[in-house]
Ligand binder design. Structure first.
Ligand code: NAD
Length: 498
């Protein structure tokens, strides 16, 4: 059995870890590897190695840092297919989708390649006679990233290229369910010329996470995962005096107005709900059918959902792969059971799907639930599977109110041909990322990504300008170079300008 080790100090190591977790191939249902689970002593080794590396990396010139970033960009691009196949084998998503994930991660690397421009400071000449003021930003030190299973390359790349470009040392604790992609990423950083210890991977579960949250040398924590854990991470890291951004779960609504193009909206709804088997934080999990066309919308969406080709992620014909674990499959089908019991109509039923040749794989078929109401568990909870719940509203204002009553606020979308309705929607919803005829409105890397309400704890969104601000802190210098001909008397009153 292959053992996936940590990456500390520029190479793989078991450190003192003895506990392991299984890594499954979701398409076959077989265990394919085991991953080490770090103990606090291993985390301490990782952090102290990173702290040592920070000393010189933070002093490395912007020019040299940028060269490493450009080299890393080329290497990730060259290894995109390999990364995508690793993702498909451990996560389950189809290779074409995994390639899309790598591409979106790469865009953050490209953003970080502009670090000399992004870190430019401010300068105010002659704020007082003979006095200038200037501000610039410095890195924080060792920063940690704790990431979910559903984007094993992209979500860590929301963090580490930006953190490292800013001059920090980064310790990644990836999901223990699909840990291998991070190991290739670590090798690529090393090949790109990043000094040992600046990028570290420490595998583990709650024990490793808690050790990072409590470690005095970890200055900041970036987390992406489910809402209960995000809330916990935010509280514990905050209590320990760390800077923290913790992105949580989601329940993303897509509103379909009666004036929308039905074919366009239904195609995009199905793709956004079923792509990556619904295991995306920006997946559409609730469709809000507005007005009298709801029955027709459900008919068209149901037909398209039934036509989705489900199969192993490695097979080119597959449009949707399995879900990540048997436990995830059982949780998802349990939700469909509960929706049915609570009065929803199962318009398309993905329970019990068997893919020939992959009978033990963790498959759930596309599922569409109609006549869902806000009190049902399928509506209230994040299911994180290929399940689209259809709720109904009489007009756009009722749809906006429905979205705002939901505790999550990650992403949302509207399908319409009315600019007025779209504008009312974008201004009215309490959600961080909004799509207008775009179902999965993931911001480009040079904007920041983040939700509102229970979808994000902390002040900063990730990457883009907020990412740069998160991984740096400001210094402002007030400078005077007295001239012998113009002596400046000291005074006992609080400094004022003249
Ligand atoms: P998760 O919360 O179970 O795990 C995320 C990370 O936290 C993992 O590294 C895991 O090892 C660690 N962890 C799990 N339990 C912990 C505990 N009790 N104490 C400390 N650490 C713990 O999430 P997941 O199942 O891996 O990922 C899916 C979730 O992530 C969904 O809720 C999804 O919406 C969310 N997500 C959100 C975004 C976003 O941008 N808001 C992006 C991707 C995923």
């Amino acid at each position: 059995m292959r053992t996936i080790e940590h990456w500390i100090g520029g190479g793989t190591t078991r450190a003192d870890s003895t506990r392991t977790a299984p890594v499954w191939n979701p398409a076959t249902g077989q265990q394919q590897a085991e991953v080490l689970l770090a103990e606090p002593v291993d985390v301490d080794l990782a952090v102290s190695t990173a702290a040592k590396a920070f000393e010189s990396w933070s002093q490395t010139s912007l020019t040299k840092r940028t060269k490493v970033l450009f080299a890393f960009r080329e290497l990730v691009s060259r290894h995109a297919q390999e990364l995508a196949e690793i993702i498909a084998d451990e996560h389950g998503k189809v290779v074409s989708d995994a390639l899309g994930e790598v591409q979106r991660g790469l865009e953050v690397v490209e953003f970080a390649c502009g670090i000399p421009h992004l870190l430019k400071g401010d300068y105010s000449d002659q704020v007082s006679t003979g006095v200038d003021v200037y501000g610039f930003r410095e890195p924080l030190g060792v920063v940690a990233g704790i990431t979910p299973f559903n984007f094993p390359v992209m979500v860590p790349m929301w963090m580490h290229p930006v953190a490292i470009a800013c001059g920090n040392a980064f310790v990644l604790k990836p999901s223990e369910r699909d840990p291998s992609a991070s190991m290739l990423v670590a090798r690529l950083w090393a090949e790109a010329g990043l000094p040992e210890g600046v990028f570290t991977v420490v595998h583990g579960d709650k024990t490793a996470v808690d050790a990072l949250l409590d470690h005095p040398e970890v200055a900041a924590v970036s987390f992406v995962g489910s809402t209960p854990i995000a809330r916990y991470i935010h509280q514990r890291a905050n209590a320990n005096g760390k800077r923290v951004q913790a992105l949580g779960g989601a329940k993303n609504h897509a509103v379909v107005l009666p004036d929308a193009d039905l074919g366009f909206a239904s195609d995009h709804l199905v793709a956004a709900a079923m792509g990556s088997a619904g295991e995306r934080c920006m997946a559409i999990s609730a469709a809000v059918a507005v007005g009298t066309g709801a029955d027709q919308l459900v008919d068209v969406v149901a037909a398209k959902a039934r036509a989705v080709r489900v199969g192993p992620g490695r097979e080119e014909a597959s449009e949707m792969g399995p879900v990540v674990t048997a436990a995830a499959r059982d949780r998802i089908t349990g939700y469909v059971d509960s929706g049915e019991q609570q009065g929803a109509t199962v318009a398309v039923d993905g329970r019990g799907l068997v893919v020939p040749g992959h009978e033990d794989g963790f498959f759930v078929g596309p599922t569409v639930l109609d006549h869902v109401t806000p009190s049902m568990d399928v509506y209230r909870d994040e299911i994180f599977g290929p399940v689209l719940s259809v709720v109904r509203a009489s007009d756009v204002d009722e749809a906006i109110a429905l979205i705002n009553a939901n505790p999550y606020g990650n992403g949302t979308a509207i399908f319409t041909s009315s600019g007025e309705a779209a504008r009312r929607f974008q201004r009215g919803v309490q959600v961080g990322m909004i799509g207008i005829n775009v179902p999965i409105p993931v911001p480009m890397a040079y904007y920041s990504f983040g939700g509102w309400k229970d979808s994000l704890f902390g002040q900063s969104h990730v990457h883009g300008p907020e990412g740069i601000a998160f991984y740096t802190r400001a210094k402002v210098v007030t400078a005077r170079w007295p001239h012998v001909d113009h002596p400046i008397a000291a005074s006992y009153h609080f400094p004022t300008t003249s």
